[in-house]
Ligand binder design. Structure first.
Ligand SMILES: Cc1cc2nc3c(=O)[nH]c(=O)nc-3n(C[C@H](O)[C@H](O)[C@H](O)COP(=O)(O)OP(=O)(O)OC[C@H]3O[C@@H](n4cnc5c(N)ncnc54)[C@H](O)[C@@H]3O)c2cc1C
Length: 321
């Protein structure tokens, strides 16, 4: 069976950048993506605005023209889809990689549809598929979601938003503006410092004005049909509730990484082991690219600073060929 020079797992912005770079280096490659093209971005909230300017989201120096100071989700989808199209990228969509195994000097890549043999593998699977659970009773109820899509659905509803990061703040503001009754439950003492600088004053003002209720240094204790129990600074309270958005972040698929043989640090950061100069992991010929590199520190890597991984990796693979 013909061996591919490099199989790239994940068709997000960085997986795409890896494919383009492989092509430029005359390496045979195949991108395997379990969903649609840039699947994570597709699943971001409908009206989401990036914190980066469009030039910082560009790959391979292909201009990203936006009509806004900061691009919105629909523009980013258009941008990456057009790149995949015009570059005629070798990408299989809706094909999930179920496991990667090193067999002698090569890799056997099993998917939902087939098996491939590759000399190298790049894992660019991001972190958006696995939410950080709060692990409280009732979290499994249908009224609870760890993903926020669109505010219209919540009009006239009592919504608890858990968290105080960008995702939580965007959701709280949008739902409030579409007529939802929003209560934020925030573990920290205030709104996250990393919240987009032009959004932060807005949420702080809405809370101060009483438009959005917020409990700081508080934790949600239990979710019931029609109710939520919150441990606030002063006392435990029960409030009426229709929906809960638990926007407490996401994490990489550590199980997948470990089964592939990648070592993960034992501390709370859970950092995968890789060489900063080449992105090669402790498994020879297996590389990490994009935000998956950050372990639990998902805020450390984004498109802006991880697009560089693509040339680093392909240069190393070419050198070793
Ligand atoms: C709400 C939000 C806003 C953000 N805003 C910005 C911003 O303004 N600027 C910025 O630079 N970054 C931003 N980020 C971060 C950045 O968008 C993402 O981190 C970016 O998508 C990372 O690209 P990636 O290719 O590494 O991972 P992803 O885009 O997550 O791509 C990983 C891909 O791998 C696929 N996949 C996973 N497992 C498998 C498998 N087993 N088999 C096959 N395919 C698989 C997934 O479906 C996905 O398409 C934001 C993130 C979020 C959540």
């Amino acid at each position: 069976m013909k061996k591919i020079d490099v199989v790239i797992i994940g068709g997000g912005p960085i997986g795409i950048a890896c494919g383009i770079e492989a092509e430029k280096k005359n390496l045979s490659y195949l991108i395997l993506e379990k969903g649609c093209i840039v699947n994570s971005l597709y699943n971001y909230p409908q009206g989401m605005t990036f914190f980066s300017t469009s030039d910082k989201l560009e790959i391979d120096n292909i201009p990203f023209i936006s009509n806004n100071v900061k691009p919105v989700k629909s523009e980013a989808l258009e941008y990456y889809r057009r790149i995949a199209d015009s570059k005629n990228l070798n990408i299989n969509l809706f094909e999930k990689v179920t496991g990667v195994k090193k067999v002698k000097e090569n890799f056997k890549v099993n998917t939902s549809r087939s098996t491939y043999f590759a000399k190298n593998v790049v894992i660019a699977t991001g972190f958006y598929d696995i939410p950080n659970l709060i692990n409280i009773p009732g979290e499994h109820l249908p009224k609870v979601s760890h993903y926020y899509k669109d505010p219209h659905f919540y009009a006239g509803q009592k919504v608890v938003v858990v968290g105080a990061s960008n995702s939580a703040v965007d959701a709280a503001l949008e739902i409030y503006r579409k007529g939802g009754d929003v209560t934020m439950v925030i573990r920290e003492k205030g709104i996250g410092e990393r919240v987009k600088y032009w959004v932060r004053p807005d949420i702080i003002n809405r809370i101060q004005e009483g438009d959005i209720k917020a409990y700081y240094s508080a934790e949600i204790k239990e979710i019931k049909e029609g109710k939520v129990i919150i441990n606030t600074l002063e006392k435990i309270i029960t409030i009426d509730n229709d929906y809960v958005l638990a926007l407490t972040g996401y994490k990489p698929n550590f199980d997948f990484l470990q089964k592939a043989g990648i070592e993960i640090s034992n501390d709370e950061k859970r950092l995968p082991q890789y060489n900063n100069d080449t992105m090669e992991t402790n498994v020879k010929g297996m590389y990490l690219a994009g935000v998956v590199c950050g372990g639990m520190e998902t805020h450390k890597w984004f498109i802006e600073n991880s697009r560089i991984h693509a040339p680093l990796i392909m240069q190393d693979i070419k050198l070793k060929k």
